[in-house]
Design a protein around this ligand. Structure first.
Ligand code: NAD
Ligand code: ZN
Length: 355
C-alpha cells in the first residue's frame, strides 16, 4: 500500500468571458429562511460589481478592504460574529467570494469557522479542520495567487502568517471570467502574476513533485511567460493562475514563499511584491528561472525596491528568520528532509540583507 494522499479539486467551474452572468447555476437553492453571504473586495463598493444582480433581500454583503492589507484571523472572526448577531433566526446558505487572493481567502476561512467552533487561528496549520466548510463560490478579480484553486486560506495571526490548509477550505465552485481582471493596474497585475510564476517554479523544482503537479506547473509557467514576455491575454493569465493553484494542491511552495512570509509579517509588504523581492536574490536555488524572471521585470518595466530590510533591528530580523523556519513543509519540499543542514539561520539572514 502506498500512502498517497487524496487531493481534492474544485468540482465545478464556469470558465470564460462573461461567465459571471451565469452565477445562478452554481448557487444552491435557498428559501426565505436562509441567506447568502457575499465577501467582496471593497474596491468594487461604488461600482456595478460582478454578480450584483443576484443579491437578494436578506443576503449579507461584507466589504473586505484588500487595498489596506492582507487578511487577519481577527478580521475573519469578527465577520463571523457580526453575521451571527445579525442573523439569529436563519442559516447561511452559501458564501460567494469576489476579489483577489486576500478576499478569496477571507471567504474560504469564513466558510471554515461558520461550521467549526472557535477562532480561525485554531485551524492555521495542516489538516486541523474537523467539519466540512459552508458551500462557497470563488470569483477571482485578479490573477496569480491561485487561491481560487488551492486548499489554503492564508491569514495573519498574532505572530505568524499561516494558512488554513484543509479540504474544508477549498471552493465548491468557481467562476473564471477574464473580463473581471481587466481593470487591474499593471504593477499589481505583475506582482500577482509573478506569485503564480514563482510558486510554479517552486513546485516544479521541489522534491514533493509528481507528474500531475508538474504538468499543471509547466503549462502555467509557459502561460506566464507568454503573458509577461509576449503580451499574452487575460484568459491566459487567469488560466495560469488556476493551473498554478492546482499544481500547489498536489505539491508545495518553496524557499521564496518561506522567506516572503517574513517580509510580509515584519514589513507589511504585500504577498506578490514580497515574492518578487525575494525571488530576485535566489539565484543559488532557482538560477535559470531567476534569469527568466528578470527578463519579465525588464520587459514590463517593473522596478523593485532595494535594501528593504535596512531599517530592521536584530530583534525584527530574528522574528523574520523564525517565521521562515516555521515553513517546514515548503523548505522540505525545496531542499529535502534534511533542509536544516542546507539552509541555516545565518544563510536566511544573509538573504534578507541582500534584498
Ligand atoms: P489581493 O487580493 O491582495 O489584492 C491586491 C490589490 O488588488 C488590492 O488592492 C485589491 O483591492 C486590488 N484588486 C483586486 N481586484 C482588482 C481589480 N479587478 N481591479 C483593480 N484592483 C483590484 O491580491 P492577490 O495577489 O490576488 O492576493 C494576494 C493574497 O493572496 C495575499 O493575502 C496572499 O497571502 C494570498 N495568497 C493566497 C494563496 C492561497 O492559495 N490561498 C496563494 C497565494 C497568495
Ligand atoms: Zn503565493
Amino acid at each position: 500500500m502506498n500512502n498517497f494522499r487524496v487531493f481534492k479539486q474544485v468540482p465545478r467551474i464556469i470558465y470564460g468571458s462573461g461567465s459571471i452572468s451565469r452565477i445562478k447555476e452554481l448557487l444552491p437553492k435557498k428559501d426565505a429562511s436562509n441567506y447568502n453571504i457575499y465577501i467582496i473586495d471593497d474596491i468594487f463598493r461604488n461600482t456595478c460589481f460582478p454578480g450584483k444582480d443576484n443579491i437578494s433581500d436578506g443576503d449579507i454583503i461584507e466589504w473586505f478592504p484588500a487595498s489596506l492589507g492582507e487578511p487577519k484571523t481577527s478580521q475573519v472572526d469578527s465577520i463571523r460574529d457580526n453575521i451571527r448577531q445579525r442573523q439569529i433566526n436563519s442559516e447561511p446558505n452559501a458564501i460567494i467570494g469576489i476579489g483577489g487572493g486576500s478576499t478569496l481567502d477571507v471567504a474560504k476561512a469564513l466558510s471554515v469557522i461558520l461550521c467549526n467552533e472557535g477562532s480561525s487561528s485554531k485551524y492555521q496549520g495542516w489538516d486541523l479542520v474537523p467539519n466540512p466548510g459552508l458551500y462557497k463560490i470563488g470569483i477571482p478579480t485578479i490573477s496569480g495567487s491561485g487561491a481560487e484553486a488551492s486548499r489554503t486560506a492564508v491569514l495573519f495571526g498574532k505572530d505568524k502568517k499561516f494558512g488554513i490548509n484543509s479540504d474544508s477550505s477549498m471552493f465548491d465552485a468557481l467562476i473564471l471570467d477574464c473580463d473581471l481582471i481587466e481593470g487591474v493596474p499593471l504593477q499589481q497585475r505583475f506582482h500577482s502574476g509573478m506569485d503564480c510564476y514563482i510558486h510554479c517554479v517552486e513546485s516544479i523544482t521541489g522534491t514533493f513533485i509528481n507528474e500531475l503537479a508538474r504538468a499543471n506547473a509547466s503549462k502555467a509557467l509557459e502561460l506566464c511567460e507568454r503573458v509577461f514576455l509576449c503580451n499574452g491575454s487575460n484568459d491566459q493569465l487567469m488560466t495560469a493562475s488556476y493551473m498554478g493553484g492546482v499544481s500547489i494542491v498536489n505539491s508545495e511552495v518553496g524557499i521564496c514563499h518561506a522567506l516572503s512570509y517574513g517580509l510580509s509579517l515584519e514589513l507589511g509588504i504585500r504577498h506578490g511584491l514580497a515574492n518578487c523581492i525575494v525571488f530576485n536574490v535566489l539565484d543559488d536555488f532557482y538560477g535559470p528561472y531567476v534569469d527568466r524572471y528578470r527578463q519579465m521585470l525588464e520587459k514590463n518595466m517593473i522596478r523593485l525596491p532595494h535594501d528593504v530590510c535596512k531599517t530592521l533591528d536584530s530583534m525584527a530580523m530574528s522574528r523574520m528568520v523564525k517565521m521562515t523556519l516555521r515553513m517546514e513543509r515548503p523548505l522540505a519540499n525545496a531542499l529535502g528532509i534534511n533542509w536544516r543542514e542546507r539552509l541555516t539561520e545565518d544563510m536566511i539572514r544573509d538573504l534578507y540583507i541582500q534584498m
